[in-house]
Design a protein around this ligand. Structure first.
Ligand code: NDP
Length: 236
């Protein structure tokens, strides 16, 4: 078992973020989640924060630090989609997705790094997507935001790697959550044909990888992109 840590997961009220929080709790860590609405799983401290707003994030981190101690593991999971084809994509469709998915992760990582530098220890995990590597028609905004996370993690690795801090990207494929439930059934069946594993994954399968990359056994892995995609993105 890994050393118990203080963990903060953004967007931990539902979907993959909630599953990640549940897995950290099951493994004996002190867990907080951010939520704009609702709350995290039993056993997690829920703090209100919007990742597009640094002041709200700062207040959330301060509340977590007061209650659970300095944040040692941060998972930037909060994300949105606003899918449409390039010619129909408004500038707001583009910038709002970047602001949540990429700039949001930047705000979270920047705030978390303060305490991590002091402690000379930290685990940063960014939730990207297979489409950040493959591209995706109708997702110019989302795909760009998810590719950007890779540059972010790798640059953080170069800046902070010597201080006991790792930064990694987990790139899920199709996961059964609200995000994929919105897809028409025919499209879901079409996608499954292109996935070597022939199925979507559960959020728990992503959560297990996130807890592992944040754990004691993965301390020498940094700047990596770890796919959890049933082979969909192979070779990228
Ligand atoms: P959901 O839509 O189920 O959940 C998204 C979470 O992000 C919610 O908790 C939501 O909070 C939160 N969130 C969105 N915007 C903000 C914001 N501005 N500030 C704070 N929190 C916010 O998504 P998933 O669980 O499916 O996805 C989680 C992550 O995994 C995302 O980054 C997504 O891109 C990525 N991913 C998902 C895949 C999938 O197949 N589902 C595949 C690959 C990657 P609220 O409830 O308040 O809206």
């Amino acid at each position: 078992m890994s050393t118990p840590r203080t963990v903060l997961v953004t967007g931990g009220n539902r979907g993959i973020g909630r599953a990640i929080a549940e897995e950290f709790i099951a493994q004996g860590h002190r867990v907080a989640v951010t939520a704009r609405s609702g709350s995290g799983p039993d056993g997690a401290l829920t703090v209100v924060a919007d990742v597009t707003d640094s002041a709200s994030l700062d207040a959330a981190f301060t509340a977590v630090e007061a209650e659970l101690g300095p944040v040692e593991v941060v998972v930037a999971n909060a994300g949105i989609t606003k899918d449409t084809l390039l010619l129909r994509m408004s500038e707001d469709d583009f910038t709002s997705v970047i602001d949540t998915n990429l700039s949001g992760a930047f705000r979270v990582v920047k705030r978390a790094s303060k305490g991590m530098l002091k402690a000379r220890f930290g685990r940063i995990v960014l939730i990207s997507s297979v489409v950040g590597l493959l591209g995706s028609a109708g997702q110019v905004n989302y795909s760009a935001s998810k590719s950007g996370l890779i540059g972010l993690a790798r640059s953080v690795t170069r800046e902070l790697g010597a201080r006991g801090i790792t930064a990694n990207v987990v790139a899920p494929g199709f996961i059964e959550t609200d995000m994929t439930a919105e897809l028409p059934e025919a499209q879901q069946a079409e996608y499954k044909k292109s996935i070597p594993a022939g199925r979507f994954a559960s959020a728990e399968e992503v959560a297990k990888v996130v807890t592992w990359i944040a754990g004691d056994d993965a301390g020498y892995i940094s700047g990596a992109v770890i796919p959890v995609d049933g082979g969909l993105g192979m070779g990228h």
